[in-house]
Design a protein around this ligand. Structure first.
Ligand SMILES: O=C(O)CCC(=O)C(=O)O
Ligand SMILES: [Fe+2]
Length: 332
C-alpha cells in the first residue's frame, strides 16, 4: 500500500519536519546556530565570492582531472563512494586559497566552535576540574560529480566517530557540557547545485532522531544552491549526494568538516616520530602508530586509500606535486 504523505514508517511524518532556512552571509553566529539546532542544516547565501571560487577551482582542477582522464567512468563497487564522481581528499594541503577561505571564515569558525568545543568535568584527587577542548579540521574533500552519478545512500557523517545518538526533542544548550555532535560540515557550491545535477539532500530534523531510526528518501530536502552558496550540516543529520541526471553539468562541491578535538591519539605521534623514520618500520608497527584505516570511512590516506599503502610514498604525497597529465577544463 502506498505511504500517505503524512505517514512515515520510521515515525517522522514529512509534513512535520522542520523548514530549512536560507540566511544571508551577514547572519550572525547565533542566528545560524539557532537554525542548525532546529533543522540540523541551513543554507547560507553568497558565502564565498566568485574570485575566490575561481582561484580555488584553478588550484584544484588538475587533481580532479588527473584520475578522470585515466578512467572516464570511475565505477565504484562501494555505493558510498559514488561512481562517476572524482574526489580530491585533503585539498587544504593542495590549495592554500581553499584552506584559508574555509578556515579564516569568521562565520564558519564561530559556528563550528559553538557546536564542537567540548566541555568536560572530572576529578583530579579531591579537586573537581573542568577542561575545554577546541575543535580541529576533520577532513577536506572536493567532489566533482559528473552526469550519470547515482544517489549516495543517506547517512550521518558522525558514523566516522562511531557516534550513537539518542532521541531528543530539543537540541541541548550549546554552552552546556553535552556531547551531542561528533562533527559539523560546511559544503560550498563551486558550481550551481540543483536537484537535477545532484544537490546534497538531507532530512531536516533527523539530527534529533535516535540511532536506530532509518532514513527515508521521501523525507529528504534538496539543498539547491547558487555558485558560492553554502550549506552547513550537523554530523547527526541524515544526508547524501544525489543522482546527477543531467547530460552535461558537473556538480562541484568543496566540503570540509570540523570534529571534536579529542578524536585523536594523546601524543601527536605524527610530529614526534617523523614519517621518514616510520617508513622504515615493519608494516605492523606502522599500522599501530596510526597508519591504518578504520571503518566506516576513518583515517584514510591522502588519496582516499588505506594510509598503510601511502607511508612508503610519503615524499610523493607531501610534495603535493600536480599530476603531469592534468587538464584544467571540465569535460563531461
Ligand atoms: O556529495 C555530496 O553532496 C555529499 C557527500 C557526502 O556526504 C559524503 O561523501 O560523506
Ligand atoms: Fe556525508
Amino acid at each position: 500500500m502506498p505511504i500517505k504523505v503524512d505517514e512515515a514508517p520510521n515515525g517522522h511524518a514529512p509534513s512535520k519536519l522542520p523548514t530549512v532556512q536560507r540566511l544571508p552571509s551577514t547572519a550572525t553566529v547565533d542566528e545560524v546556530c539557532e537554525e542548525l539546532k532546529l533543522a540540523g542544516g541551513v543554507i547560507i547565501e553568497r558565502f564565498l565570492e566568485n574570485e575566490v571560487l575561481d582561484q580555488m577551482e584553478a588550484e584544484l582542477r588538475p587533481y580532479l582531472e588527473a584520475d578522470w582522464t585515466k578512467n572516464k567512468e570511475i565505477v565504484s563497487e562501494d555505493s558510498f563512494l559514488v561512481s562517476r564522481t572524482q574526489r580530491c581528499a585533503g585539498f587544504f594541503g593542495k590549495s592554500k586559497t581553499s584552506a584559508l577561505a574555509f578556515l579564516t571564515n569568521k562565520l564558519w569558525r564561530g559556528v563550528s566552535d559553538k557546536f564542537m568545543t567540548d566541555r568536560y568535568s572530572y576529578w583530579e584527587g579531591p579537586v573537581r576540574k573542568t577542561a575545554t577542548c577546541a575543535p580541529a579540521v576533520n577532513n577536506s574533500i572536493v567532489f566533482s560529480v559528473r552526469p550519470g552519478a547515482p544517489n549516495q545512500p543517506l547517512h550521518r557523517d558522525d558514523i566516522v566517530q562511531h557516534y550513537i545518538n539518542e532521541a531528543i526533542d530539543v537540541y541541548p544548550d550549546l554552552d552546556s557540557e553535552h556531547h551531542r555532535e561528533g562533527c559539523i560540515g560546511l559544503f560550498i557550491a563551486g558550481r550551481p547545485s540543483t536537484k537535477a545535477n545532484g544537490a546534497t539532500r538531507f532530512i531536516p530534523g533527523s539530527h534529533l532522531w535516535a540511532e536506530d531510526v532509518p532514513p527515508l528518501e521521501s523525507q529528504a530536502f534538496y539543498a539547491e544552491m547558487a555558485r558560492g552558496d553554502a550549506c552547513i550540516i550537523l554530523g547527526s543529520a541524515y544526508h547524501g549526494g544525489s543522482a546527477n541526471t543531467t547530460e552535461d553539468e558537473e556538480r562541484l562541491l568543496f566540503s570540509s568538516f570540523m570534529v571534536r578535538g579529542y578524536f585523536r591519539q594523546e601524543e601527536n605521534v605524527y610530529l614526534s616520530t617523523p614519517i621518514s623514520t616510520v617508513s622504515k618500520f615493519p608494516k605492523d608497527v606502522q599500522k599501530v602508530f596510526g597508519y591504518q584505516r578504520y571503518f566506516p570511512h576513518g583515517n584514510y590516506g591522502p588519496d582516499g586509500r588505506d594510509p598503510i599503502e601511502s607511508v612508503e610514498k610519503w615524499e610523493e604525497y607531501w610534495s603535493c606535486g600536480k599530476p603531469a597529465d592534468a587538464t584544467v577544463q571540465f569535460k563531461p
